[in-house]
Design a protein. Sequence first.
Length: 257
Amino acid sequence: MMNLAQKLFKIQTISNLRAFSTVSSSQNYHPSQVKTFNDQLIEVDENDTAKGPLNKKLGHMNSYILKDGKPHRAFSVFVFNQNGELLLQQRSNIKITFPLYWTNTCCSHPLYIPQHLEESEAKGTKLSAYDRTKFELNLDIGDPKELHLLGKILYRSQSCAEWGEYELDYVFFAQRHFKETTVNFNPEEIKATAWVSIDNIHKFLEEKRRLNEPTTPWLLGIMNYKFFDWWRDLLVLKDAKKVSEKNFTNYIHNIVA
């Protein structure tokens, strides 16, 4: 039976996958996480200039990040329904960084491959974000062009003693008409999802924090920037493209401590 919070916020959840140890050896991590260790991300400087490939595992190790490490390009997707509600996800317990944290709809990285390196109109990052949203949530937002760039943030944060993030993050909005609120998400990536309104997102995340389910640092960074101005514009304009046209500049909001 659903509790009140599940009804109020349209929460879907699954049971935990088998937990894996968080020691250094990759053999102690879930295979779905280990198989991407050798992916090559896009190393950038603080101005978002691509510098070359960066090994994914290395790029997420604090021993690298905190010793003159360089950021990599990333994206954060925010998908809204026809009512202006935002889809949040809780990261799976087998994720290596920030497991069981609540965050925006989808977050990941473009790869150092030709189709993701195309920078005109952020086409490469949009393609990566579009594909990843389908992979994690089985959501088809129609076309990568339906992802609209609102801003960029640069942040750095430790998940634990060994792992962390150092990302130059593209913030994308997309709005779609959904016949149902049910999301058929990938359980190796996501523990739960919830639809929230602009009026109840703070209450929702605070309730989750009290249950020891924190919020990711990148979502907090975006929320503390211009996120609610963008969301209010979306509620008025009802068109993510128009919100982007009104608000986007190439300014990079730096919140690195």
